[in-house]
Design a protein around this ligand. Structure first.
Ligand code: ZN
Length: 198
């Protein structure tokens, strides 16, 4: 009888874990926390409940041979929190570098920032490093983006239909034509749905 109870508990625990974040999703990407890029503490912020996701390119051409992603993210924070912008933190909730490594940015429960002035409330902001008007995202970036989108959809109960890009909200080229094409032809949404169905 004890064994049966134990097995049932084990089954329930597996089921709950699978509901939270599917192990296959989490294990196929690397997500590093803020200490990886030596983040400064955030200033006070406006809170939000995430209910949609917006994808950006960071906008700086990414030279994969000599640029360190962590240093670059730290620089974005220093610039954004400085006199020019006076933001509470980095503008995005996640960054994805050219190798597909995901970095945590701003707290997901706080409203992001943008250079354009649309209402950002509820949006999880994901930025891929690079300028996709000028260069192509790497296959690893695309894989990590699709996986992170699926993780966020699952974790915050967001429908994949609520995934958009910056230019869906504002007059901007962001996230660049070479990334936008995967949203316009439905490739990314289809893959996210497939990952969520696994
Ligand atoms: Zn953008």
């Amino acid at each position: 009888m004890k064994n049966v109870t134990y097995s049932v508990l084990l089954l329930i625990s597996f089921f709950l874990q699978a509901c939270y974040i599917g192990p296959s999703l989490q294990s196929s990407v690397t997500i590093l926390d803020r200490s990886s890029w030596k983040a400064d503490p955030a200033k006070s912020f406006k809170s939000q409940t995430p209910d949609k996701i917006t994808v950006h390119h960071e906008g700086t051409f990414f030279d994969t041979t000599n640029k360190d992603a962590r240093e670059h993210i730290k620089h974005i924070q220093q610039w954004g929190m400085g006199k020019d912008r006076n933001w509470a933190d980095v503008p995005y909730h996640y960054f994805i570098d050219y190798a597909g490594i995901i970095y945590e940015g701003r707290d997901v429960n706080t409203v992001g920032e943008a250079n354009t002035n649309e209402n950002l409330d509820g949006q999880i902001q994901i930025a891929l490093l690079g300028n996709f008007e000028e260069q192509e995202p790497t296959p690893r970036q695309i894989h990590s983006l699709e996986t992170l989108l699926a993780i966020c959809c699952q974790k915050y109960s967001i429908s994949p239909d609520k995934i958009k890009t910056h230019k869906d909200y504002s007059v901007t080229q962001c996230p660049g034509k070479n990334l936008s094409k995967y949203f316009e032809d439905g490739t990314i949404k289809k893959q996210v749905k497939k990952l969520l169905d696994q």
